[in-house]
Every structure is written in structure tokens, then in C-alpha cells.
Design a protein. Structure first.
Length: 554
């Protein structure tokens, strides 16, 4: 017969006491399990005799009181000559609360009073059984602890892998440095909780650089002086062959003097590559240097940062460094691309002193129109970039036109004008061969088409003309009107305004034309005359061209 108290009995579900009790019963004895208060958790009685519950619980209470819990393996105690018992211990918690458990065997009145060899053998067997029960129970606890530890570590590793995958999958060249680095900080502190974290990056000129805050979270105060100190101390560690700087006063005094609020700190480098020439090397190689650093202070759920934390911080910092380096290489590529495009268009404009700077002005005016039409015509920023580039390259087809025709001061013959009319098709053909340029081809091909179908090269009309072609065509016309030519003087802004007004619905799209005419044309004119300065500085416009190219090659 088995009796079990269901309350407070989670431990019974974790160990096979039933099998042990059955063996005890077959030997003519009864088995009981009691909690740390001497309360009955389980009783298994055989057919030989019945045990008194109160006596068993009293015996368990005495056992729990008298046993030495500091021993690795408690000894079996004989209680009142009738009860054999042992306290079950484990190194971890098998239940949701901390408890002691007493296993008691009632050998019965007959066995307890017997002095024969069989009674001695029985007691020795039962004693060994209890010892084995205690060992097994302890092993269960150790195993459970190991499983919990491994499970925790696996969970930690999984979270770390998810973080690194997230950083890798978000390594988009069009993503800003600040957004990516902030995501890295936020994601890292979800796994390693700290009071404060920051990422600093090198900023400034080639000869004068300093670390500036790029992203961060929590409470951390880093001024330029502190940034320089962090860099210096980290560099000292890196040069000594270490991957990171960890400092605390847990096991020994701080290595360095920190602010009084710092209990522990970790600093890891963001390493970039520099050329051998920049590093002062003669061989054709590249070396790593610190382009930034990640610093975190005061681990929240532990006393200090450890080597596992350091490895994760280093992995995250490496991902950030790769992103920064890729971004810089991508920027170099974009600057090379836009520089090549401007050099190409300048070479075309240079064929005629009267059209010098025309391509950059048309690009600027196209951007001006697109930005003001964006809301009404649903033009996105990426499309504005492409309209700007189409304006910059709209006359690239003039490379295929004879210079004598382009520079002719008098009136063109029909043959010469027919030759000029080919430049949109030539330009479109050139750009169509470049995969990244295909989306701006319609602007180059259609910038001389007219709404009434009288334009060239394909005499398309109305809505058949793509939006990019309508905008670049209007920008080209406005610049042509307001620029001096061999055959006429430049028009004033007001004269150009009237000409465009007249051409609405025939030469120019009425919606786009109205948007342009309603904009501040005098302010636009002032900027054109001042070399595209004013609110758009030369530096800003150059940066804009680089960004615009990014939409083509990202």
C-alpha cells in the first residue's frame, strides 16, 4: 500500500522512489520519505506488517536533527533499533524551494528484536541500499544542475548568434553609420546588461583626428579628454598582444585610475585597415589600426566582465568595424564615380565656352523641380537622385557629335541640325550599356521631347514622355534660355518665365511647369549665378552628388 501527500511533493516526480520502495517491501520492510519538517511525503508498506505514521515521522525528525549535513555523503543512522534512515542531499535544487529529505526504512519489530545472522545480513543490505539511494539522489541533483548550466549557456550562445546574424544581415551599404552602431549597442545590452555603453569613431582630417561619440545607451559620460585616455590605454593593451582591456577591483586593485562611478569596465577596439604607406611601411601590405572603440561600464547582473563577455564584445566590435570600413570604401567608390561623371560632362561642356557648366546647372535645376514636385507627383528621394543624375548626363550624347557642328556660330543647316538631334539617342545608347545607368536613360533620351509630339528624337507626346524626361527637359530649357549663346543674349528670369508659360501644354508638361513657375525662380537664379552656392554650399552639393550615385551602385 502506498500513501503520498500530494502537497509539497515535487521531489517525488524527479526520482524513482517507487522502485526502491518495492525492493524494500520484498525484503519484508516498509519505506517512507519525509520532508525537512518531518512531514510524510510518501509511505510504501509491504504485507509483512504495518508502520505507524507518527512513529515514522518522529524517527525522520530525529534523523534530520542528528545527521551532519556538512558531510559529502551522510551516513546511515539506526534509530530506536527499528528504523534505518539517511538524509538525502544534493548540490542543486531539485524542487522549487530549498529542502532536506529523510528516507526511512521500518525494519519491523521482528527484525529489530532478532539477533540472528539473517537480521544482520538484512540490516547490512538495507544500509547499502540507502547509501546507494543517497548517491543516486545526489547525482540526480548534480545532473540537473549541469543540464540547467548547459541550457543557460546554450541559450546565451543562441542569443549571441542571433545578435551576430542580425548585425550581419543589417550590414546594408545604404544604412547610416549611426543607425547601425546604435542597433549594435541596443542589441548587445539585451544580452550583456550594463549601466552604460558607447561606441566612439575617429573623426577629422588625415592629420588631426579625434574620437567622437557615434552611438550609446545608458549612463556613460565620455568627454574628448576621456576619449583620448581610453584610446591610449586600449592601444597600450593592443600593442602588448591583448584583444581587449578589462579592468575592475574584484580580484585585485584597478590597473588604471577611473572615475569613482566605475566598478568595472571593458574596452574593445574597432580595427580598420590602412595602407602600408599610411602606416609608414615599405612593403606592399596593409596593417590594422584603431578606427574607433566600444566601451561599457558596470556589468549589472555579475560582479565583473569575463572572458566570455570580452569575446562577444570583440565579435560585435569587429562587425561594426567591417560595416564602417565597407561604408568608407563605398563612399570612395561613389566619389570616384561622381567625379568621373562630372569630368565626362565637363569635357563635353568644354567644347563650347557658351555651354560651360551647363550640365551641372541642369542637374541642379532638375533636382530643384523634382523636390518641389515631390509631394504632388509622389516623387521619392531615390527618384530625385536619379533625376539629378539624368540632368547631369543629359547631353552625354554630344560626345558623338562633330565639334565643328557644336561650335558653329552661325545658323545650323538642316543636315547639321539633324545631326544635333541625334545626341539624345547617342547618349541613351551609351548609358544603356551600363546596367546601373539604365533607370536614368529615359531622362537622357526624352529631354527634347515635347508634350505636343513635335520634339525629338522619337516625337512622342503627352503621357508617353516619362516624368524624368519632362523634368530634365524643362530644366534644360530654362538654363538654355537664361544663358548667353552665340546667336542671342541671355534672357532675364522674367522673360524665361513668360516663355515657359507660353509653352505649357505644348512644349512643357503643364503640372510640372506650373510647379516650377510657382517656385522662387529669383532665388534659384541667384544660386545659379553664384556657382550653385547660397543655401547649397559647394561641399553640400558635392556630397549630394555622391549620395545620388549611391542609389545606382548600392
Amino acid at each position: 500500500m502506498q500513501e503520498v501527500l500530494t502537497n509539497n511533493s515535487a521531489i517525488l516526480r524527479l526520482y524513482a522512489f517507487d522502485e526502491f520502495a518495492e525492493t524494500v517491501n520484498r525484503l519484508g520492510c516498509n519505506f517512507a520519505l519525509c520532508d525537512d519538517q518531518g512531514g510524510l511525503l510518501m509511505m510504501r508498506q509491504g504485507s509483512a506488517f504495518s508502520s505507524d505514521k507518527d512513529s515514522v515521522c518522529q524517527a525522520a525528525g530525529s534523523l534530520l536533527k542528528e545527521s551532519n549535513q556538512d558531510n559529502d555523503l551522510p551516513s546511515v543512522l539506526l534509530i530506536d533499533k527499528r528504523y534505518l534512515g539517511i538524509v538525502l542531499t544534493c548540490s542543486g535544487s531539485l524542487t522549487s524551494y530549498k529542502t532536506k529529505t529523510a528516507a526511512v526504512i521500518d525494519i519491523g519489530e521482528k527484525n529489530s528484536s532478532g539477533e540472528g545472522e539473517s537480521s544482520i545480513i538484512l540490516n547490512e543490505a538495507l544500509t547499502q541500499m540507502l547509501v546507494m539511494l543517497s548517491k543516486g539522489f545526489k547525482l540526480i541533483g548534480q545532473t540537473k544542475n549541469q543540464i540547467e548550466t548547459i541550457s543557460t549557456e546554450l541559450s546565451q550562445v543562441y542569443e549571441e548568434l542571433v545578435l551576430l546574424h542580425k548585425l550581419s544581415s543589417n550590414m546594408n551599404l545604404t544604412e547610416s553609420d549611426c543607425n547601425y552602431l546604435q542597433m549594435a549597442c541596443d542589441s548587445l545590452t539585451e544580452i550583456v546588461p550594463v549601466e552604460g555603453i558607447a561606441i566612439l569613431l575617429e573623426k577629422g582630417t588625415e592629420h588631426q583626428k579625434q574620437l567622437m561619440l557615434a552611438a550609446g545607451a545608458g549612463i556613460i559620460d565620455i568627454n574628448p579628454h576621456m576619449a583620448a585616455i581610453l584610446h591610449s590605454r586600449l592601444e597600450e593593451h593592443i600593442n602588448s598582444g591583448k584583444e581587449a582591456l578589462l579592468d575592475s577591483a574584484i580580484d585585485k586593485p584597478f590597473r588604471y585610475q577611473w572615475d569613482s562611478t566605475v566598478k568595472n569596465i571593458i574596452i574593445v577596439p574597432l580595427l580598420g585597415k590602412e595602407s602600408a604607406q599610411a602606416a609608414g611601411l615599405t612593403e606592399n601590405s596593409r596593417t590594422h589600426h584603431i578606427i574607433g572603440l566600444m566601451v561599457a561600464v558596470n556589468r549589472i547582473d555579475k560582479a565583473d566582465f569575463d572572458s566570455i563577455d570580452a569575446k562577444l564584445f570583440i565579435s560585435v566590435a569587429n562587425s561594426c568595424a567591417v560595416f564602417i570600413e565597407n561604408g568608407r570604401l563605398f563612399t570612395d567608390l561613389k566619389e570616384l564615380f561622381i567625379g568621373s561623371l562630372k569630368a565626362l560632362t565637363n569635357s563635353i561642356d568644354a567644347k563650347d565656352q557658351y555651354t560651360r557648366g551647363h550640365s551641372e546647372r541642369v542637374a541642379f535645376i532638375s533636382k530643384w523641380i523634382a523636390e518641389r514636385a515631390a509631394g504632388e507627383l509622389n516623387i521619392g528621394q531615390e527618384q530625385i537622385h536619379k533625376i539629378y543624375l539624368a540632368g547631369l548626363l543629359h547631353d552625354i550624347g554630344k560626345m558623338g557629335i562633330d565639334e565643328s557642328v557644336l561650335r558653329k556660330k552661325g545658323k545650323l543647316t538642316e543636315e547639321e541640325f539633324a545631326c544635333i538631334k541625334n545626341h539624345p539617342s547617342i547618349g541613351a545608347g551609351i548609358l544603356a550599356e551600363i546596367k546601373q545607368m539604365r533607370e536614368i536613360v529615359p531622362g537622357v533620351l526624352c529631354h527634347h521631347e515635347k508634350i505636343d509630339g513635335s520634339g525629338y528624337p522619337n516625337r512622342i507626346l503627352g503621357e508617353e514622355i516619362p516624368l524624368i524626361g519632362k523634368i530634365v527637359g524643362l530644366a534644360d530649357s530654362f538654363d538654355a534660355m537664361t544663358s548667353k549663346r552665340t546667336y542671342r543674349d541671355a534672357m532675364s528670369v522674367e522673360q524665361a518665365r513668360k516663355e515657359i508659360e507660353i509653352g505649357l501644354g505644348t512644349q512643357f508638361d503643364e503640372t510640372i511647369g506650373r510647379i516650377f513657375l510657382n517656385s522662387d525662380l529669383y532665388h534659384l537664379w541667384d544660386m545659379l549665378q553664384d556657382g550653385l552656392r547660397d543655401s547649397y554650399s559647394n561641399e553640400d552639393l558635392e556630397r549630394y552628388g555622391t549620395a545620388a550615385v549611391g542609389t545606382l551602385i548600392a
